[in-house]
Design a protein around this ligand. Structure first.
Ligand code: SAM
Length: 448
């Protein structure tokens, strides 16, 4: 990302539009030339960070502002999934989720999920109850999403790499769908020069049409009575209030009134809510919620059996073992644990979608035995944390860099940790070890 200088000009058409918009006005332009606030959300089960917090964020649990931006890459606890750096405004999703009337085991789809900010927040909110399908259409971005959700380590997550249209195969499947839509990114103007350079009125219109298409494509996979959470990080009405009004007009949906923190601003015509720079300590975020009308009489819906389709070869007799609490699957030589209560739903998603990650991967079957997975090391609920080899900060960074050195400890597969937080596996062979930290996750910068 190019560094921001406050003097970089706004696109002229944007400037004029904002100046003439009574809802935004010049104060937004002034605020957008200020420095960007920095914030993180702690992992609720790890709760460890050596960062200096200035203030708690009122609208999200375990979330804090920092006084400056540290080098997250050079902090081993960041790699251990102890916290997620996230723009404060986006975290208002936590306040929204808490107000919805959800079943105890909801199925949630995060449709436009990479790099994973909202998905890690939703996973923390669900706390392993229900199912989270975290989807990203662009393959390279789906890989980053997989990395971030793996580090976050909740077993009830499935990561998919599908187009929104593909979700028509999961008809009336989700209780909540989050559409954090690709947008013109006016909320990025403060920290990213490129966002200012790439902005145009034509692009706003293009984004607005694409957002409509995305919502229409995914609508059928929302259950009657389910919620669609729509959000962007932009300030114009074409992508926000006008689109929400359009959805309400085109779809059998009602607008959901929310009680929001006083730092937020109600949208134009009271449609949705904004985190507005200058008024809210954030970059800029818009959010609104719709509820799908109950079109089918309730009694019919509860007696109807879902037509789950499971990929046949996955459940052939040699490919799985039923354990007490989970199904142990051999999926292309990857050993996966699928929790019992999610088995039917996860396998249904697996049969219909392009899967990047599902349940908890224990390891891969190789010629000489099973190689334990990174995911197993990072899972916060699974391991006895005393049985790790503790590293110093310097050693931890070398490990994350992909280096090897000599370590005291038992031989064979071992987990290395920093401040008792697992970082990953090594195979200790005496005078040195094989570093099993995934190559594509390694720190590439100079760590000296
Ligand atoms: N929710 C993410 C988070 O909190 O980290 C940020 C999502 S970003 C605002 C929008 C995402 O939509 C991007 O990852 C982008 O690749 C994806 N996207 C782009 N075009 C799309 C399309 N036509 N359908 C669905 N998603 C799309």
């Amino acid at each position: 990302m190019k560094q921001m200088t406050n003097s970089h000009p706004f696109p002229e058409a944007f400037k004029q539009r904002v100046e003439n918009d009574a809802f935004l006005g010049e104060q937004l332009l002034t605020a957008l030339n200020d420095t960007a606030p920095v914030s993180v959300r702690l992992h609720p089960l790890k709760q460890k960070a050596e960062l200096t917090f200035t203030e708690k964020i009122a609208w999200c649990e375990h979330a804090f502002y920092l006084n400056e931006r540290p080098s997250f890459t050079l902090d081993p606890l960041f790699h251990a999934g102890c916290y997620y750096p996230q723009e404060a405004g986006s975290m208002v999703l936590d306040t929204v989720l808490k107000q919805l009337n959800l079943p105890s085991q909801p199925s949630v789809l995060d449709l436009c999920a990479a790099p994973g900010g909202k998905s890690t927040l939703i996973a923390a909110f669900l706390n392993n109850n229900g199912l989270l399908v975290s989807n990203e259409v662009i393959q390279a971005r789906a890989r980053i999403l997989t990395e971030n959700t793996t580090k976050w380590g909740y077993t009830n997550t499935v990561v998919t790499n599908n187009d929104p249209k593909d979700f028509e195969r999961l008809n009336e499947f989700f209780d909540v769908i989050v559409v954090d839509a690709p947008c013109s990114g006016e909320g990025m103007f403060r920290k990213d020069i490129k966002a200012r350079e790439e902005w145009s009125e034509d692009n706003v219109q293009l984004c607005s049409s694409r957002q409509k298409r995305i919502v229409m494509d995914v609508w059928d996979s929302l259950k009657p009575g389910g919620y669609l959470i729509y959000s962007t990080c932009t300030f114009n009405s074409a992508e926000n209030e006008d689109n929400v009004a359009w959805y309400l007009n085109e779809l059998p949906a009602t607008y959901v009134q929310l009680k929001m923190p006083e730092e937020l601003v109600s949208g134009r015509n009271n449609i949705g809510h904004y985190c507005l720079p200058g008024k809210t300590i954030s970059e800029g975020f818009y959010i609104a919620v719709l509820q799908k009308e109950e079109t089918t009489p309730l009694r019919q819906r509860f007696t109807r059996k879902p037509l789950f389709k499971v990929q046949k070869d996955l459940l052939d007799a040699e490919n799985y073992v039923k354990l007490n609490e989970a199904l142990l699957l051999n999926w292309n030589d990857k050993l996966l644990l699928v929790p019992n209560q999610l088995e039917e739903k996860m396998l249904h998603v697996q049969a219909q979608m392009r899967i990047q990650k599902m349940g908890l991967m224990l390891g891969e079957i190789a010629k000489k035995g099973i190689i334990p997975s990174e995911e197993l090391a990072l899972n916060p609920t699974r391991l006895n944390r005393t049985s790790t080899i503790e590293l110093t900060e310097k050693e931890a960074l070398m490990y994350l860099h992909g280096d090897t050195f000599s370590l005291q400890g038992p031989q064979g597969f071992q987990i290395v940790s920093y401040k008792n937080e697992p970082l990953g596996w090594i195979k200790n062979i005496g005078n040195r070890f094989n570093n099993l930290f995934p190559k594509e996750w390694r720190i590439r910068m100079n760590i000296q």
